[in-house]
Design a protein around this ligand. Structure first.
Ligand SMILES: CCCCCCCC(=O)SCCNC(=O)CCNC(=O)[C@H](O)C(C)(C)COP(=O)(O)OP(=O)(O)OC[C@H]1O[C@@H](n2cnc3c(N)ncnc32)[C@H](O)[C@@H]1OP(=O)(O)O
Length: 178
């Protein structure tokens, strides 16, 4: 379902459909929304974003990224941004890139039984255009850990070209901290 919805968002972004089709899709979408509403659960029981083995954790907010290598210091894999994430002129929207890094670095910050943490800061360097509709490689790694502080770095590459780099601080939450 999430794969189809991601594709739907890409198609909506790319299409200029005729009015009849817009009306038809609007009705279908309203019907699906109504059907799903009756199955809403509390955040604690939500599965979207919790399905760690599915691309992008089955969370629609993030692009579909796949982790192929993971240990307690490093993660690597690939990601493909679609038309939904277009900024302009074939480049990924500048806000979608930190979204990916926040998820990736935040996920790595948890690996190895580490307690939950939250992003304190996330710095992005946009080194070159990040293209949509291309397979991109990503890497995330620990720079250092000092008490509750975890400093991580990441990079997205298109083949050998660096598109963007990230530098983030994640602070482990104290018991009871939201
Ligand atoms: C699988 C799922 C992956 C998804 C990952 C997604 C992660 C997220 O996006 S989380 C959402 C975005 N982030 C937030 O909402 C966080 C909001 N901020 C907060 O909750 C708090 O400010 C928080 C938890 C980051 C830090 O607060 P607190 O726990 O009180 O830490 P505090 O005691 O002040 O600081 C701890 C240390 O971190 C340092 N620190 C805290 N914030 C910063 C900062 N912005 N810059 C530099 N240093 C900082 C402090 O200086 C201190 O250092 P030291 O121990 O050397 O004195």
């Amino acid at each position: 379902m999430v794969d189809q919805l991601r594709m739907f968002l890409d198609r909506v972004a790319a299409a200029v459909p005729p009015p009849d089709l817009v009306n038809e899709i609007t009705k279908l979408a309203a019907e699906f929304n109504a059907r799903l509403q009756s199955h809403e659960v509390a955040e604690y029981n939500q599965v979207a974003g919790q399905l760690i083995d599915l691309p992008g954790r089955a969370q629609l907010l993030t692009p579909a990224y796949t982790v192929e290598e993971l240990d307690d210091q490093r993660a690597a894999g690939h990601v493909r941004f679609g038309r939904h994430h277009l900024g302009n002129n074939g480049a990924v929207h500048g806000g979608a890139i930190p979204l990916l890094f926040d998820d990736l670095l935040g996920r790595l910050a948890l690996v190895g039984g580490r307690p939950k943490s939250r992003t304190a800061y996330l710095h992005i360097d946009y080194r070159s255009i990040t293209p949509i509709d291309e397979d991109l490689q990503f890497e995330a790694w620990f720079e250092r850990e000092e008490g509750r502080k975890r400093v991580l770095r990441g990079a997205i590459r298109h083949n050998e070209r660096v598109c963007a780099e990230a530098h983030g601080l994640f602070v482990a939450l104290r018991p009871g901290q939201p």
